[in-house]
Ligand binder design. Sequence first.
Ligand SMILES: [Fe+2]
Ligand SMILES: [Fe+2]
Length: 266
Amino acid sequence: MHARIPQIDFSNADGLWIPRWPQMAHRLNGASLFLPYLEPYLIRVMKQARPILAEKAPDLLADVDVFNRQEANHYKVHAAYNRVLFAQYPGLEPFDAEIKADFERFLSEESLDWNLAYCEGFECSGLISSEFFLQEIDDALGGSDPAVHELWAWHLAEEFEHRNVTHDVLRTVAPGWLHRLRGFKAFGEHLQSFTARVSEHLMAIDRERGRIDDDVLAESEAFTRREGRFYRPRILKILMPWYSPHPRPTQAPTRRVLDAYPEKAA
Ligand SMILES: [Fe+2]
Ligand SMILES: [Fe+2]
């Protein structure tokens, strides 16, 4: 496991970057908007857990440090892409302010145990997103903007690579099935609501601009149903008391992305 950083030029990037599946493009745009706040939050929470790990599980510290370097690279590249989104779509500033305040509140008002469970919930879901994006939807991604596609392929490949870190940290510092479930629920409700509202906002703008027609929407419904069939059983596994991200094998498409970049720290 190591940190990589791609050199991506977003100067010609298009916010409507998946022409065959605009809802997915804009949900991921919603995710991109929260990442420059969520990922620094992950790093802060992992740093707060460090002294406890040093005592209870010092073997996890090296992975936590690589995790933090990967997440630091992720949010910086997403912030560069987000500048394109802000330039292309009016009305995103209130969303940005809202999500910034949310993560500041979590850090100041919630306990370390709560924050660790939230982080673990997010990372569990990131593992499903990684497998789905890199292994299941090449057809739906046909014609996608190469810069934004590369951003997500790189990010989600590293999400797969560091899939165990927050799970292992939570199990060490604040174990317990119900506690883990509460974190998953908190993360899910929080970020799903945010990305759905951002996506709705961006979809409305593109429809008004005449960039999304009914034929595209009809075709993309099939992709969305496929997404549901992929996610549901995997979410069910996350909810089980024995869930662990450890046994997932690294598939060839993920390996190819991970091997494409030289090692580079934040
Ligand atoms: Fe990340
Ligand atoms: Fe991550």
